[in-house]
Write a protein that binds this ligand. Structure first.
Ligand SMILES: [Zn+2]
Length: 124
């Protein structure tokens, strides 16, 4: 009986690991949470985020996709939230990239971003 118990515990453990691994992407093909480091300040909509390390969360407010940027490891933590029209399917290499546009005095107005392995990107 003891052997069966051990097998059961190991199975449950393996199942949890599988669930955790599958939790990487949501139904839109993007991970719910990412981390990134901006080596320069980045304009997200109306908000200018200072350079630094950020957690970026994909959240839903009803049917609206909202990307929430939260700075990590800083004394004054900068945050920004930006609605995105939708998550757009992409066929490309699935690498991480950030697309910027120059706007007035700012060189880095965020236009779109995609993360490694995600099958969709966020277009602002
Ligand atoms: Zn989305």
């Amino acid at each position: 009986m003891r052997g069966i118990k051990v097998v059961a515990v190991v199975s449950i453990f393996l199942l949890s690991v599988a669930v955790l691994l599958n939790a990487g992407q949501n139904k839109f093909g993007v991970a719910d949470e990412q981390k990134t480091v901006f080596s320069h300040s980045v304009q997200v909509g109306e908000t200018l985020l200072p350079k630094g390390e950020y957690k970026i969360r994909h959240t839903m407010e009803g049917a609206v996709h909202v990307m929430v940027f939260t700075q990590l490891k800083a004394s004054n933590l900068a945050t920004a939230a930006r609605e995105v029209p939708d998550c757009v399917r992409r066929k490309e290499d699935r690498e991480t990239y950030f697309g910027y546009q120059k706007s007035g005095t700012n060189d880095y107005l965020l236009q779109e971003m995609a993360f490694k392995r995600d099958t969709a990107k966020h277009v602002f």
